[in-house]
Design a binder for this molecule. Sequence first.
Ligand code: AMP
Length: 130
Amino acid sequence: MAYAYDPENIFARILRGEIPCDKVLESEHSLAFRDIAPQAPTHVLVIPKGPYVCFDHFANEASDAEIVDFTRTIGKVCAQEGVSPDADGGGYRMISNCGRDGVQDVPHLHVHVIGGKVLGRMLPGTKDHD
Ligand code: AMP
C-alpha cells in the first residue's frame, strides 16, 4: 500500500511553525493541541510529527519509538486534561477519522481526544460525504 502524504496540509504547516496552534503538550515525536472548533469542553488533537496520512499508515510504517511516543502522549493528554475515567466518572472518546469513508478532512494522522461531558452513543447524526 502506497500512502500519498500532502506536505501542504494544515497540520504539516502547524508542525513547521507556519501557522500557530494552542499547544497542550509536545514530545520528541508527537504534538497535542486544541481543536479550533471544539465539540466538547475537552477536544485535543494528537498528531505524530512524522508524515503519516492516517492511522493504518502510522501503524504499518512508523518506528516503534514513534508509536510508543504517540501512545504515551495520548495518555499524558488524558491525565493533563483530567478526563481519565475514575470512581467519580470522567472518561473520553478517541476518534481517528481516516480517508474518504471515515470523512477525514485533514490528511495528517490525528486522534481526537474528546471529553468533559457525557458524549452520548457513538456515531449519532454522522455527517455524510459532500
Ligand atoms: P477530521 O475531520 O478528523 O480530519 O478533523 C479535522 C479537525 O481539525 C477538525 O475537528 C477541525 O476543527 C480541526 N482543525 C482544522 N484546522 C485546525 C487548526 N488550524 N487548529 C486546530 N484544529 C484545526
